[in-house]
Ligand binder design. Structure first.
Ligand code: PXP
Length: 240
């Protein structure tokens, strides 16, 4: 299972002073040298962490693959078309939220999403849709022409009750299995950490995880290179 690192919170720290360090570009290089399979960044409408300059330079400098997370807006579509990341993950975005709060509602937002996926396809950019762990969203993602889904694991990450956890894992696993059967790439992310990654890594249909906060938080104490390596070790205990 591949590990892609979300470096938004390196940029959060930089933006706390609106100066130029720590630089997410340097962070991306360290993550790659430590063994990360890809770099993820979320360019938000309010530019609260990642800024346009970061995405441009990351595209030029990273050696793995760049996953640009963004809302399905005209502004973001233009930026993605100019920069041409390896892939785009479309996410719902609310100005007031602390972080992405859930998957896309593909019933209500499909009219917005379909032309964005078509344009990205024309530009040779793969599209992943961030969805809740439910089979209906997988069917819709396929109909809309997505290449991949990213299953929202945020609720799983917050649950403490054992039965609730098992039920949520069951949903994640069933969603991953269906998506794989239908030929979609299967990613998962949000709220994953060094402990709860084990059960997710046990789901063989999940190709890739996208992890940010827990790794950047650990990096404050042990350094970014070690924090990435620890996560790779945690994954490798269960999956190659
Ligand atoms: N996947 C998506 C779609 C996200 O929006 C985020 C948070 O930016 C992540 C993964 C990473 O989540 P976390 O920072 O909780 O690991």
């Amino acid at each position: 299972m591949k590990l892609c690192i979300n470096i938004d919170h390196i940029a959060t720290l930089r933006q706390a002073r609106l100066q130029n360090e720590p630089d997410p570009i340097i962070a991306a290089g360290i993550c790659e040298l430590a063994g990360a399979d890809g770099i993820v960044c979320h360019l938000r409408e309010d530019r609260r962490h990642i800024i346009d300059r970061d995405v441009h330079i990351l595209k030029e400098t990273i050696n793995t693959k760049l996953d640009l997370e963004m809302a399905a807006t005209d502004e973001m579509l233009k930026i993605a078309s100019d920069i041409k990341p390896y892939m785009v993950t479309l996410v719902p975005e609310k100005r007031q939220e602390l972080t992405t709060e859930g998957g896309l509602n593909l019933q209500t937002s499909e009219f917005k999403i379909l032309p964005v996926i078509e344009k990205l396809k024309d530009e040779g950019i793969k599209t992943s849709l961030f969805i809740e762990p439910d089979p209906e969203s997988v069917d819709r993602a396929l109909e809309l022409g997505a290449d991949m889904i990213e299953i929202h694991t945020g609720k799983y990450g917050l649950l403490r009750d054992h039965d609730d956890l098992l039920a949520e894992l069951g949903k994640i696993s069933a969603t991953a299995r269906l998506a794989k059967e239908l030929g979609l790439g299967v990613n998962a992310g949000h709220g994953l950490n060094y402990l709860n990654i084990t059960a997710i890594a046990n789901i063989n249909e999940i190709d890739e995880v996208s992890i940010g906060h827990s790794i950047i938080a650990r990096a404050v104490f042990i350094g970014l290179e070690n924090a990435v390596k620890e996560m790779i070790t945690a994954i490798r205990r269960v999956r190659v």
